[in-house]
Design a protein around this ligand. Sequence first.
Ligand SMILES: Nc1nc2c(c(=O)[nH]1)N[C@H]1C(S)=C(S)[C@@H](COP(=O)(O)O)O[C@H]1N2
Ligand SMILES: [Mo]
Length: 316
Amino acid sequence: MAVYRVPPVPPSEITPRAAWLNRRALIAGALASLPVLSAARPAGAAQDPLPLKPGPFGTSEPPTPIKDVTSYNNFYEFGAGKADPSRNSGAFRPEPWTLEVDGLVAKPRTFDLDDLRGFPLEERVYRMRCVEAWSMVIPWVGFPLAALLDQVEPLGSAKYVAFETVVRPEEMPGQKGLFQPLPWPYVEGLRLDEARHPLAILAVGLYGRTLPNQNGAPVRLVVPWKYGFKGIKSIVRISLVEDEPVTSWKRMAAHEYGFYANVNPAVDHPRWSQASEIRIGEGGFFSPSRRDTLPFNGYAGEVAGLYAGMDLAADY
Ligand SMILES: Nc1nc2c(c(=O)[nH]1)N[C@H]1C(S)=C(S)[C@@H](COP(=O)(O)O)O[C@H]1N2
Ligand SMILES: [Mo]
């Protein structure tokens, strides 16, 4: 079985995407013919690409440079600053890993990394919008959450899906010390029909490689029509439940962060506008690239039907 563990990519390795895709094919070929050499590399240095094929919902917008995707992050378990997750996640060990799927299901199951990477992986290039009014375009590697839910067979009584991040204060400096920005574990949730929508994926990689620690290794949620905080990282448990689950940011400040968290330029955050966003990695520090925020982050055609009849200003 291939070893997928890959360290974050240093800036020196950053290559334009087309060149990188070509080179990746070359490297994959070269590695395949050098099993002894690759087996002799130190632990953590293997760079086997993840298998993937292009998935649906593509965008023509250029992907955000990988150095920004991997160095400008929110992952409070490693600190509250944007650079903290890339700086402070080096001791985190995402392998081995288990993901428990339980609750109102006919077939509760524990998935390991081989199971998760055994789903048919696709590249999904998604626009991502943080509630803090910045955005990125990220080429995720993952599979529909619906495919995992199908395997555990949710019962008729299951109405919501609850997600939980790992708690490891020894490896996650943001989980110990005096300043604890959130109660742990970080928890999130979706309505079952949202979770089953084909846009919602579990990501196990980005830019064709396994996830860097700061992006939620080894498995995280990606729901591109919602604000980024719904995309819970380093997931250890997924539970099918009857009632709307508690979510970390709603528990912190319910007047600012709702359960739905659908991207909505018409509903401002109490402390700032959501009408537009800065695209990270474009335009430079002094002239950032700003664009209008679109309803459902541009995915209204796909997902607006999920919310027919709801007042999205009340259910924010
Ligand atoms: N466990 C956990 N998941 C999390 C967060 C977090 O602090 N802890 N931050 C969220 C927020 S606010 C955003 S914008 C996205 C950022 O994902 P990225 O760093 O991969 O772009 O992760 C989300 N998932
Ligand atoms: Mo966010």
